[in-house]
Every structure is written in C-alpha cells, then in structure tokens.
Design a protein around this ligand. Structure first.
Ligand SMILES: C[S@@+](CC[C@H](N)C(=O)[O-])C[C@H]1O[C@@H](n2cnc3c(N)ncnc32)[C@H](O)[C@@H]1O
Length: 187
C-alpha cells in the first residue's frame, strides 16, 4: 500500500474510532443508546397519530432521524422538533436535513429535559424506564390537556394508556399512546 493509502486507511480508522467512542460516551451520559426504532415499530408509532395533527410535535431523543423524518412527512401540518444530544447521530440528521430537507422539521442538539413542553400537542419517544420516570412529572405539569404522548417500549408508570398496540414480533414490542387528562382529574 502507498503512503497516501496507508494514511487514508489510518484516518478512516481514526474517524470510526472517534465516532464509536463518542457514541459510547453519549450513551453513558444520556442513559439511552442511539438505537433506531425498527421499521415495523416506526409504522406503529406513526399510525397512532392522525395525519391532520397540527401544532408542535416533539421527538425526545431523535437518534439518527429514523422517526423524525417520516414523522415530518406523516404530519405535514405539524411542526416537528427533534431533540438529540449525541453529536454523531445529530450530525447525521443535519446531513439528512441538508440533502433531503423537510420544511416542517427542526433539529435541536439540546438536552430535552431543559426544553419547554408547554406548546407541544404531541410527544414521541423511545428512551428508557429511567427517562420515562423523570419525564412523567414534566408531562403531567407542563403538557397541555389533551396532548398525546406516544412511547415505544417504555410505559409511563402510574398512567393508563389510552391505547396499547403490541407488535407481532419476538418481543411483542408495545407502543403506548397516552392522552394528558384535564388537570384536576387524577390519573
Ligand atoms: C433509543 S434512541 C431513539 C432514536 C429514535 N427516536 C428512534 O426511535 O429511532 C434514544 C436517543 O435519545 C437520545 N437522548 C437520551 N437522552 C437525551 C436527552 N436528555 N436529550 C436529548 N437526547 C437524548 C440518545 O442520545 C439516543 O440517541
């Protein structure tokens, strides 16, 4: 191999290594790996949301954009805001947005725990049990009444889902739909 070839090879390995390390570090930091929802789950998530949904829709932890982009297509009247902290998946989404732009999709490299939920009519997530336990009081206090929460796999403890779909896969993967009840009503 020529010197240039060797240098390129080493550079490629260095980029891959840095990328892999960044994913490990951000997974340790956030507590959720950037694991994408499989296509079947993605379809089930989208099917929970009527196509005429308008207003602000938040995706909390968007990973590589495997849900955010189809979500923006599925809900043309909504403004989808996708939060992601991990820089490599976020960079990938930025490239995706650059080459395949969606006018109704905004990408934010921010911690969603610091974001305001007050305008959201709908929230989508695939996170972890710990995230859901931390988000539950925020959903209760900040989301408007009637807002929809759709969660892949992880339930909101103490909340009763308005609908649960179990996929016909190995794990019988659940997808939950919750509706934020009127404030005075106990969950
Ligand atoms: C399991 S992935 C889900 C990806 C995507 N939603 C999907 O279903 O294909 C969870 C993502 O949430 C991100 N995440 C976890 N905590 C976060 C936080 N506090 N703020 C922003 N992103 C976060 C992780 O970096 C990870 O990419």
């Amino acid at each position: 191999m020529s010197t240039t070839g060797t240098l390129l090879f080493l550079l490629l390995w260095a980029v891959l290594l840095v990328g892999a390390l960044s994913i490990v570090v951000s997974t340790l930091r956030t507590g959720a790996p950037p694991m994408p929802s499989p296509p079947r789950v993605r379809r089930a998530l989208l099917a929970m949301l009527p196509r005429d949904t308008a207003g602000t829709v938040l995706e909390l932890g968007a990973g590589w954009g495997d849900v955010a982009f189809p979500l923006a297509d599925h809900l043309p009247q909504a403004r989808v805001v996708a939060y992601e902290l991990s820089w490599l998946p976020f960079l990938f989404m930025r490239l995706r947005q650059r080459f395949f732009p969606r006018a109704n999709l905004t990408l934010r490299r921010e911690d969603f725990f610091r974001a305001s939920l007050q305008d959201a009519g709908c929230v989508i997530c695939y996170l972890s049990r710990g995230h859901m336990a931390r988000l539950a009081p925020r959903f209760e206090a900040d989301l408007p009444e009637g807002a929809h929460i759709v969660s892949h796999t992880f339930a909101l403890r103490g909340w009763t889902p308005a609908r649960t779909v179990r996929l016909d896969d190995l794990y019988r993967t659940p997808v939950y739909l919750y509706v934020v009840p009127p404030r005075e009503q106990a969950r």
